[in-house]
Write a protein that binds this ligand. Structure first.
Ligand SMILES: Cc1ncc(COP(=O)(O)O)c(C=O)c1O
Length: 479
């Protein structure tokens, strides 16, 4: 079999976070080069320790026999043993059996309780579905809303490439809207109107808008006012909202708190705009990416529509059981007075404090490098760093068509990131993999590596950037 036998939509789809720069990094690593992987938000691959609470709970529910040994009862905190027994009572068929399509009922109830506590709003357990990570929930909604090849989905630029890749894979239309870099990557109403009108001119029927908050790759957190504007825009234009809120625990600036779309909608009394919100065990302080757990909460859709969503989920049977249990652990953590509480709090606060410190170090230090510009991340796990490249003699991108220009500039940022990798061992993702405004260059880096590595990393960035831009022609000038 060769590529001509394959679905052309698969061939078109592109997923930069694991693209050719990463493949090169893996090859270099095999050859003995030390690589610092800053390309992907995979915390435990970068030495973040799993929470003891989650692993102890999973161990007991996966192998209940352990609870028959007195030694175990001495080693495991009492509340975790009780919790494991509770899980086994609620799910008597055990971890090896399929669950209901939407996931175990008691876990969905716990998710509803989590949302009610977080937002102070009423939540319907019948509208909560457990998913294999947020990705699968997002793809479910895309599948459900897709009518034909002219169906459009508005996505932010820059975006997390799950969205562009899914749109290509499913044969839909990508309707880009640019985030406003100068305003902390917020959404801009006139840009949304412009983008929607342009799509309409091309005969695209836009059905939904994706919002990532806190942002990937931007590391920014949206204000309540901005969220209200997006909800009003969606109401006016009859769009559904996909609120990707997987980084809701990764908030580093108290002045910019997280507001869920569900809570803002409730506050506005909005009852018509369909809302699909996603959360995950992969991010926050859990970092349980490999366990593939998460949930989707749906608002403002009819029972008939929701039945179709459940049917769609049932075609894939159910999400995996370990991911469901880890989701339970995320939404129902130890309480004050539980034996496991103190360690849980210590581990959680340690991870979040460390991420905050690393975001600040990275932000402050990269901004000192002439030709690099970064909004200090206030959320998520990333910085989307803008860098200057000197103009190339005899080449005039401003005279190129948009597509040609983006291709040309993608080749330049990819070359930059490839050379960065080869010379320093730092693996980041070119901005073109997420999308960026013509005439700008970015790369996305995580701030997940250990603190001492972050400091060394910044130094390497500085030296590399100066040398690269000098050899590329005129020196980059800091604005
Ligand atoms: C914005 C965003 N949404 C969704 C995902 C996917 O998360 P999950 O592992 O829950 O599928 C990621 C992963 O990096 C992400 O950054």
């Amino acid at each position: 079999m060769n590529l001509t036998n394959l679905n052309p939509k698969l061939l078109k789809a592109h997923y930069a976070v694991r693209g050719k720069i990463v493949a090169r990094a893996q090859k270099l690593e095999k050859e003995g080069k030390k690589i610092i992987y800053c390309n992907i938000g995979n915390p435990q691959a970068l030495k973040q320790q799993p929470l003891t609470f989650i692993r102890q709970l999973l161990a007991l529910v996966e192998y209940p026999e352990l609870m028959n040994h007195p030694e175990t009862l001495k080693t495991f905190p009492k509340d975790i043993v009780e919790r494991a027994k509770f899980i086994l009572k609620e799910n008597p068929k055990g971890m090896g059996a399929y669950t209901q399509s939407e996931g175990m009922h008691f876990i969905r109830e716990a998710v509803a309780g989590f949302i009610e506590k977080r937002d102070g709003i009423k939540t319907d357990v019948k509208r909560i579905m457990l998913t294999d990570g947020a990705s699968k929930g997002i793809q479910l909604v895309f599948t459900m809303l897709l009518h034909n090849e002219q169906t459009g989905f508005m996505i932010p630029i820059p975006q997390y490439p799950l969205y562009s890749a899914t749109i290509d894979l499913y044969g839909a239309k990508q309707v880009n809207y640019y985030l406003d870099e100068e305003k902390n990557w917020e959404l801009n109403e006139s840009e949304l109107n412009f983008s929607l009108a342009k799509a309409k001119e091309k005969g695209i029927a836009t059905v939904a808008i994706v919002v990532i908050n806190p942002g990937n790759p931007t590391g920014s957190v949206l204000s309540k006012e901005n969220i209200k504007m997006i909800i009003n825009f969606s109401a006016k234009n009859k769009l559904a909202i996909l609120a990707d809120e997987v980084y809701q625990e990764n908030i580093y600036n108290k002045a910019l708190p997280f507001h869920s779309f569900a809570s803002v909608m409730e506050e506005m009394g909005e009852k018509n705009v369909p809302l699909f919100s996603f959360h995950s065990i992969s991010k926050g302080f859990l970092g349980e990416c490999g366990h593939r757990g998460g949930y989707m909460e749906t608002r403002n859709v009819s029972d008939e529509v929701y039945e179709q969503m459940v049917k769609l989920q049932s075609i894939g049977l159910c999400s995996n059981t370990a991911g469901q249990i880890a989701t339970f652990a995320m939404v129902a953590p130890p309480k004050t007075g539980d034996e496991s509480f103190d360690l849980y709090e210590k581990e959680k606060n340690g991870i979040l404090a460390d991420l905050k410190e690393k975001a600040e170090i990275l932000g402050a230090e990269l901004n000192k490098i002439p030709g690099m510009h970064i909004k200090v991340p206030t959320g998520a796990m990333y910085a989307f760093v803008k860098f200057d490249l000197p103009a190339e003699d005899g080449i005039h991108p401003e005279k190129m068509g948009e597509e040609e220009r983006l291709k040309h500039e993608a080749a330049r940022d990819t070359d930059y990131c490839m050379k960065l990798l080869e010379e320093t061992g730092i693996c980041v993702v070119p901005g073109s993999g997420f999308g960026q405004k013509p005439g700008t260059f970015h790369f996305r880096t995580t701030f997940l590596p250990p603190k001492d590595e972050i400091k060394a990393l910044v130094e390497k960035f500085g030296k590399f950037h100066t040398a690269y831009t000098a050899s590329a022609g005129k020196a980059a000038v800091k604005k």
